[in-house]
Design a protein around this ligand. Structure first.
Ligand code: PGA
Length: 249
């Protein structure tokens, strides 16, 4: 069976003091939680503090992005090995906000995935359509393009170590959640792409997370879908009690 991944993406929220305060409250709320992987992805500067706060717990830490070189003259960038050295085990790649505001493409996403895997990180690779794509009936062709450009070029070994997050852009931060059925359909489509490219076993093992306005109130019905193997949570991951109730749905 696929172990669910319950991941929080803090985006550009919380400083060091706020990070410490979060973990103080959050840790005991999930201390007895088993059967799922819990991941918090804070801003880069909070990573060491988060990793220290989460030591000896069932909580993993992740980055929100990484560059594809290990070091060099790339002012302002952070490498996968730096993330690993700071205590991160995961990294979000190609979040729609990176695609929208920072020029991320399927091609650069692919480079980041390969580099992250080489550093021993587990990439959470984001895909998802814009509202206009969905309204024009292009959801599947967008997912197909993102899969082909970012993911299909991986080896089977590489593919076995990634997680995909389906995040319809129209549901992110809007309060509009995809219905569990809409999400499950997209997940099944993505799993079909994985089956065609990497075979049935790899597709069955692939964890596909849903993201987009996940809240304590809707986590349970989303997680009830067999196709949904976890969640990537933005806004609702900032509050320890709220995120704990999502994790413990
Ligand atoms: P949201 O963000 O939960 O605030 O909609 C999700 C995400 O962007 O990962």
């Amino acid at each position: 069976m696929r172990t669910p991944v319950m991941a929080g993406n803090w985006k550009m929220f919380k400083n060091v003091a706020e990070t410490n305060a979060f973990f103080e409250k959050f840790k005991p709320l999930v201390a007895s939680t088993t059967g799922r992987e819990i991941v918090i992805c804070p801003p880069f500067v909070d990573l060491p503090v988060a990793a220290w706060a989460a030591r000896d717990s069932n909580i993993d830490i992740g980055g929100q992005n990484c560059y594809w070189e290990n070091e060099g003259a790339f002012t302002g960038e952070i490498s996968p090995s730096m993330l690993a050295g700071a205590g991160a085990k995961w990294v979000i790649i190609a979040h729609s906000e990176r695609r929208q505001f920072f020029g991320e493409t399927d091609e650069t996403a692919h480079k980041r995935i390969v580099a992250a895997l080489a550093a021993g990180l587990k990439p959470i690779v984001c895909v998802g359509e814009l509202l206009a794509d969905r309204e024009a009936g292009n959801t599947n062709s967008v997912l197909d393009r993102q899969f082909r450009g970012g993911i299909a070029g991986l080896s089977s070994d590489q593919f076995a170590n990634i997680v995909i997050a389906y995040e319809p852009v129209w549901a992110i931060g809007t309060g509009k959640t995809a219905t569990p059925q809409i999400a499950a359909e997209a997940h099944a489509f993505i799993r079909g792409l994985a089956r065609t490219k990497f075979g049935p076993q790899a597709a069955d093992a692939l964890r596909i997370l849903y993201g987009g306005s996940v809240k304590p109130e809707n986590a349970k019905e989303l997680m009830a879908q067999e196709e949904i193997d976890g969640v990537l949570v933005g806004g609702a991951s900032l509050k320890p009690d709220g995120f704990a109730s999502i994790v413990n749905y």
